[in-house]
Write a protein that binds this ligand. Sequence first.
Ligand code: PEP
Ligand code: MN
Length: 336
Amino acid sequence: MLLFLDPGTDQAALAARLGDYGFHVHAHTYEGHTTLGLVGPGKAKAAELQALPGVRRVLPIQEPYKLVSRTFRPDPTLIKVGRATLGGSQMVLMAGPCAVESEAHIHEMARLVAQAGLPVMRGGAFKPRTSPYAFQGHGEEGLKWMRAAADAHGLAVVSEVMDASQIPLMLEYVDVLQVGARNMQNFTLLAALGKVRRPVMLKRGISATIAEWLMAAEYILSGGNYEVILCERGIRTFETATRNTFDISAVPVLKQLTHLPVVVDPSHAIGVRDKVIPLARAGVAAGADGCIVEFHTCPEEAMSDGPQALYPEELQQLARELEGICGAIGRGFARL
Ligand code: PEP
Ligand code: MN
């Protein structure tokens, strides 16, 4: 339920009344007008709410997801990530290795990200691997190396959190907490991320529908953390020619359904280096607010996801091309 308030309404008093009904209240002010999104177990008829002092209009939110919907919030959510802002006029290209591999390597990677003029670096320290025998990431040591490397170049850092118990540690080192595809419906992790005040990049589950994905985001927003970035990273289909199938239609569909920024990850979507750039172009042309790619100084020797890692010169090429596409669709391109 969405309540539109009269100007000058005593919001605290109204919120207390609504709390008595069992609602959790989420306020949003847009163009000088405040609306209250009511979620949770509360029960009251629209007419009853309409009669409360200060309530101008009551609008049921039809979608199963409430706080992530455009009905609750018509204006885009802007999320500051280091020197860049996601969801605004500028498209943000983010890049880095699949995993943080060594101190020296992540420093070199950070230098290359900065050289390409990009404001945000990625890199996993906790890696969700299909095999328990594969490299699992360097953990806290990797986070430390990446933070120092990023700071040396003024970059922000995105890294995956695999479990709620890792959150306090991650908060010491990263600017954006990534939830991987395999954890999109780990509801205890999502609820725990709702309690922190740090942007979360929620990757689409391997076989999740858009509605399921938005409900997963709703878990985080309903906890009070409104800074969620959605990342389309390909879904599992019958097609075997590529690692996953990039659902490009998700980009314009999400832009209509939600106010949250939408990012594309062409690297995991296709899994094949020579097709990452065409997919990235398509995602940005379709309206993505950001694009996150993997690259490596020597993909042949990468500890994970080498076959999809771009070469450093390809990253520079991608940056140039995406800047051109942004120009053609009336968007800026975030530079460090
Ligand atoms: C990653 O970004 O390194 C990753 C593991 O991605 P996904 O969760 O999309 O597979
Ligand atoms: Mn990877």
